[in-house]
Design a protein. Structure first.
Length: 133
């Protein structure tokens, strides 16, 4: 399953030169992961309320290949690359819409934790099933 999320680059996203500030991509990637899980039928709010489960980020490997600029329209493409017993690895890309140029590639590892103990727990079986992995 894949999620595609559209963004437009505004002044707030850029540095003084009109280029997207590198850390802002991380926020877009987070939104992409949340939207993918929602698309799969997993509300992060419900997981927290009903199972006391949240996802924490363990690792982000991000390659910045080309810059996005002021008023560019970009897409964040998010897929689940792998699910292990206690972690999910997301494969994400940011592309510019008008020319489909690849701007950023990222692998993000998230793991579920129990909010009561702050210890890792297993990825819910239903999530693994819906991901088809």
């Amino acid at each position: 399953m894949k999620n595609i999320l559209d963004f437009k680059v505004y002044y707030k996203d850029t540095d003084a030169e009109g280029v997207v500030y590198y850390a802002n991509y991380l926020g877009w990637l987070e939104a992409g992961r949340c939207e993918l899980l929602e698309q799969m039928g997993f509300s992060l709010k419900k997981l927290k309320e009903e199972q006391n489960l949240v996802f924490a980020i363990k690792d982000v490997h991000c390659e910045y290949l080309r810059p996005a600029r002021l008023m560019d329209k970009v897409q964040v493409i998010t897929e689940i690359a792998e699910i292990k017993p206690a972690r999910i690895i997301f494969k994400q890309k940011v592309i510019r819409q008008n020319d489909q140029e690849l701007l950023v590639e990222a692998l993000v590892t998230a793991f579920p934790i129990d909010m009561g103990t702050f210890k890792p727990v297993r990825v819910p079986k239903e999530l693994k099933q819906k991901a088809g992995l």
